[in-house]
Design a binder for this molecule. Structure first.
Ligand SMILES: Nc1ncnc2c1ncn2[C@@H]1O[C@H](COP(=O)(O)OP(=O)(O)OP(=O)(O)O)[C@@H](O)[C@H]1O
Length: 277
């Protein structure tokens, strides 16, 4: 240890023994009353590709299959989860901790919109404050007996998602892309981030993949052909689902009725999640 060691490693540039023996620990503990079995991070390379829709449908699918699902809405500057589930009430804070709100089918949800007085208020915070808020959603919210928690991550692979992944023990990542979203670059960035954090990527979901004509059933690739197959095989990533552009998805999402989506979307993904050890 240096003679003048102040033990303030964050602001010191010396590489003394004290620093080596105490690597910075970013991990945040779960609330002592919480029980969460599996945590899945849902990421996208850019905003607006349908990450929140996919997160919501994944949680609904697991809940339909008899598990207890939860969503931690870490997309602090663009929170859309409460709206998709039609939740307007505010979360209850008690001296013990904050209680999430439950959807009609019993999915527990925490989002900044459940704490803001007016859900339309913009959140104009800098990265570290946003990351800290997400940590609080993990540590100060009482998540009771959750089998599968889905984290709707902030878009991109920058500072905030990185801090979140360092704080919360995530079991796997699902990457959401759309055909027009420069798939190659996004998948590569997500793979790099996941490798850096030693978190497995469970697979890729392509949203807005095609539009199926209601009359003739023909599939049209509105945004052109994507090179998802090529990218997925290059990185040995499974393609979990190809979700069409469907006005019905937008409608139930906007009406807060995502729990009523029709079809067997994400059943294969659910089996993969159930097989996680
Ligand atoms: N496959 C789809 N078919 C029809 N509408 C869709 C589809 N996917 C998403 N949408 C609609 O597009 C809008 C954006 O979706 P969503 O909020 O899930 O995106 P996001 O990636 O989470 O966006 P943000 O970056 O703002 O958080 C929503 O109104 C949603 O209903």
């Amino acid at each position: 240890m240096s003679e003048n060691c102040s033990h303030q490693c964050d602001s010191c540039t010396e590489n003394c023994d004290s620093r080596e023996s105490k690597p910075h620990d970013f991990s945040a503990p779960l609330h002592q009353a919480s029980r969460v079995k599996k945590v899945i991070g849902v990421v996208s390379g850019k905003g607006g590709v349908g990450k929140s829709l996919v997160t919501s449908m994944l949680a609904v699918t697991m809940q339909r299959r008899g598990h207890k699902a939860a969503i931690l809405d870490a997309d602090i500057t663009g929170p859309s989860i409460p709206k998709a589930f039609g939740i307007k009430e505010k979360a209850l804070g008690t001296p013990e901790g904050i209680y999430p709100l439950s959807t009609k089918t019993g999915i527990d949800i925490m989002s900044i919109n459940l704490l803001l007085e007016n859900e339309n208020d913009p959140v104009v915070w800098r990265g570290p404050i946003i990351a800290n808020m997400v940590k609080q959603f993990w540590s100060e919210v009482i998540w009771e007996d959750v089998d599968y928690m889905f984290i709707d991550m902030p878009p991109g692979t920058g500072d905030v998602p990185l801090t979140v992944f360092q704080s919360i023990k995530v079991d796997g990542i699902i990457v959401v892309t759309s055909p027009q979203a420069l798939v190659g670059m996004i998948v590569e960035k997500a793979v790099n981030m996941a490798n850096h954090m030693s978190i497995p990527i469970l697979g890729v979901v392509e949203n807005m993949s095609y539009f199926e004509c209601g009359n003739c059933g023909e599939k049209h690739q509105i945004f052109g052909e994507s090179n998802l197959e090529q990218m997925a095989s290059q990185y040995a990533l499974p393609i979990l689902e190809k979700l069409p552009i469907d006005p019905a998805f937008a409608k139930i999402c906007d009406k807060g009725m995502i729990e009523l989506f029709k079809g067997s979307w994400f059943e294969n993904t659910a089996e993969k999640l159930e097989a996680l050890s």
